[in-house]
Design a binder for this molecule. Structure first.
Ligand code: HEM
Length: 683
């Protein structure tokens, strides 16, 4: 790996060192000079005059330089004065002491400051009293100002100066540490006319390869979510990041995310997971919806939606998920009875449930996909399935480090990381292929044809797709394999977090349980009705994913130019909504560290949104992504997790020995560094 990294980084490094030392440029320059020095001839053959010794030319050149310098100084003075004027305004507004440095800046421009329109609007917002300008003047202690700006009679000027624009920004600008509020103050107002250039977006370093090295050295990939949170706190609600060959614009405020999704177009695109795509290409497998784009993606996606996203589909597969969740709890209950301690009827067992949760998730998704149970809860679960679970985990863990390197090069060099990744995918494919074959044969053998059967029985997503015959067998295989690979860790891991949070918040746990118990009785054994009557279960899942989003970002390439935080973002830029910092932002959620399922009301919409959160209320809960390209397994995952928690809460009281926060790590999905141990006590 080291060799590969060195090789792949050698070129950019060479470029970088030559830039720093000026090596290559100097060579070219000196060669050019010496050529001229050797007496380069004109077209006529006569020797060219040596301009370097022409005094008139030298004088004019020096005059040019001087003019440029003066212009630069004047511009800087104007910018400083604009900022000083704003600061003086805020000082006066918040009755803070005056600052002589600002007065000097203002004096340097003769006391005349033409504020750009955005700034002027802050100083004298629309509808404010007429004497505002007078107050402002008094703040400048006798310095004269261009009144036209404040009264709006002078045309606005374009300026690269920071342009805070909103009432709440006033206070923020005064914050001494330049925290989040100050950055938030740069919110975009109106069209892109006055927007700042893309290049002005704060960034974490403009050399992607150096950044990448730093990431590796500091092991930042595993803590990418924390790195993002920290960077937003330092640079504000928008920043650029260059990593290897990737470059992204990162955002976290709901209003900005809304703007991004509104420009995703008919065929929304995410960042391509190149290692996955390269695997499909080299093995000549078809791609499923995860990796496809454009009209092809849309056509396949619409067919899949019918099988897994519509309410008719949910009605079919929900009872299957319920069977698996119920069986899981029966099994766990008998284990607690046998291996646990305590009095009869209130036995307790402490264990790390994660291996069982992975089995549960695979059993559940296979039941929905193939319409049959695969027997993972038996005392001797199949080795094949255990290998599949292991392969998915390997595939995810090896994706992240490969994302920022040229996959085709690694492939050619047989880099061990790539080989591990490809082998993990090969396992996943051969396992899925075997299951699909079996499912296909079983369905053919069944009387009454494929999906629906003669009694209208649901025979799994595979059966339905085959019966309808709208997707080729190749595409069915590709998509079923993706659904299998995407359906295990994504639900098993949040369930670990949910159990942990319920266990360390006993009051919350009791409230959710009370609702579940009463809903269960009223639903008379109908799982769908039981879920509908217990919205806190939905709230628990949402709350878990707010604090621990499986994928820490959702990405899009806007199809048109947009403006975010008053920066111009050209169409086609990769923009990421960063879900981990979003979910824990005090600007967006009240008391963000608190686990509170009830914050999501009956209809799943958030209640008690912080007043400073701005618009974009629909863009606070995005763990499954958004719009036409959102997670296609969403309905399976939501119902699977809610049913699981429903049966657990009906059967067990949950507790943990320590209420300390869990340490988390990111390996393409966010997970606990060490899976938490939970004590299950029978009810
Ligand atoms: C809690 C569980 C899950 C979470 C948080 C989750 C999250 C996501 C996210 C964020 C996306 C990208 C959406 C976007 O770009 O807007 C996605 C896409 C996808 N997910 Fe999930 N997922 C979960 C469970 C599942 C399950 C159970 C399956 C399969 C049964 C699945 C299969 C997929 C597929 C195939 C895509 C690609 C869809 C497309 O591009 O059209 N996911 N998921």
């Amino acid at each position: 790996m080291d060799k590969v990294v060195k090789k792949s980084l050698a070129k950019p490094f060479k470029k970088l060192t030559s830039c720093v030392s000026g090596g290559k440029d100097r060579d070219i320059w000196s060669r050019h000079r010496s050529k001229r020095g050797r007496g380069c001839k004109g077209r006529s053959g006569a020797p060219r005059p040596n301009h370097a010794h022409d005094p008139a030319l030298v004088r004019s050149y020096q005059a040019d330089l001087e003019r440029e310098r003066k212009l630069r100084e004047a511009m800087n003075a104007r910018k400083n004065a604009e900022r000083a004027a704003m600061r003086a305004h805020f000082r006066q507004k918040y009755q803070l002491s005056k600052n002589s440095k600002d007065a000097n800046h203002l004096r340097a421009v003769g006391g005349k400051v033409s504020l750009p329109r955005e700034l002027a609007k802050i100083v004298r917002p629309e509808g404010s009293r007429k004497d505002d300008s007078f107050n402002l003047l008094s703040a400048f202690q006798g310095l004269s100002f261009n009144m036209g700006v404040f009264t709006g009679t002078k045309p606005a000027k374009k300026t690269p100066t920071p342009t805070p624009a909103g009432g709440e920004s006033c206070k923020a600008l005064e914050a001494a540490d330049g925290g989040m509020e100050r950055k938030k103050a740069r919110r975009n107002q109106g069209g892109s006319g006055g927007a700042r250039a893309f290049e002005e977006i704060p960034h974490t370093g403009s050399n992607g390869w150096i950044n990448l090295l730093r990431f590796w050295k500091e092991d930042k990939f595993r803590h990418l979510h924390k790195h993002m949170q920290k960077t937003f706190n330092t640079l504000g609600p928008i920043y650029r990041e260059y990593l290897g060959s990737q470059s992204t614009v990162n955002i976290l405020l709901p209003a900005d995310i809304g703007e991004l999704f509104r420009s995703e177009g008919l065929h929304p695109r995410r960042m391509t997971l190149q290692p996955w795509a390269t695997h499909r290409e080299t093995r000549q497998h078809s791609k499923g919806v995860f990796l496809k784009n454009g009209a092809e993606w849309r056509a396949d996606r619409l067919l899949l939606n019918r099988e897994v996203m519509t309410s008719a589909a949910v009605k079919h597969f929900l009872p299957l998920l319920n069977d698996v969740a119920r069986d899981f709890c029966h099994l766990l209950r008998s284990r607690v009875q046998t291996d646990g301690t305590g009095a009869e009827g209130r036995r307790s067992l402490t264990l790390d449930p994660s291996p069982d949760l992975f089995r549960f998730a695979l059993e559940a998704s296979c039941h929905v996909l193939y319409g049959e149970r695969i027997g993972l809860f038996s005392s001797t679960p199949s080795q094949e399935s255990e290998r599949f679970i292991w392969a998915v985990e390997r595939m995810l863990a090896t994706t992240q480090p490969l994302l920022y390197l040229p996959t085709h090069l690694l492939l050619r060099l047989h880099a061990p990381m790539w080989t591990q990744h490809a082998t993990a995918w090969d396992h996943i494919f051969s396992h899925a292929e075997a299951r699909i074959q079996r499912g296909y044969q079983r369905l053919q053998a069944q009387s009454g044809g494929l999906a629906g059967g003669s009694e209208g029985q649901f025979s799994g997503v595979l059966g339905n797709l085959m019966e309808k015959g709208q997707l080729s067998l190749e595409l069915i295989k590709a998509n079923i394999t993706e659904l299998m690979a995407g359906g295990v860790d994504t639900t098993a891991v949040p369930l670990q977090f949910a159990l942990f949070e319920l266990a360390r918040n006993p009051e919350v746990q009791e409230t959710v349980r009370a609702q579940v118990q009463s809903s269960w009785i009223q639903a008379d054994g109908n799982p769908q009705k039981a879920l509908q009557g217990a919205p806190l279960l939905k709230g628990t899942v949402k709350e878990t994913l707010r604090l621990y989003p499986v994928g820490i970002t959702v990405q899009r390439y806007p199809i048109k130019d947009i403006v975010l935080q008053n920066y111009h973002i050209p169409a086609g830029t990769l923009v990421q909504a960063c879900l981990y910092p979003l979910g824990r932002s005090g600007d967006v959620f009240q008391d963000p560290e608190r686990f509170e399922p009830a914050r999501w009301g009956r209809d799943g919409e958030e209640q008690g949104v912080t007043s400073g959160a701005g618009s974009g209320a629909a863009f606070r809960s995005l763990a499954f992504g958004f719009g036409a390209r959102q997670c296609v397994g969403r309905r399976i995952a939501e119902n699977e997790m809610q049913l699981f928690l429903m049966h657990i809460l009906r059967n067990f009281h949950l507790s943990v020995s320590s209420t300390e926060d869990l340490r988390t790590t990111y390996t393409l999905i966010l997970q606990p560094e060490t899976p938490p141990k939970i004590t299950f006590t029978t009810l």
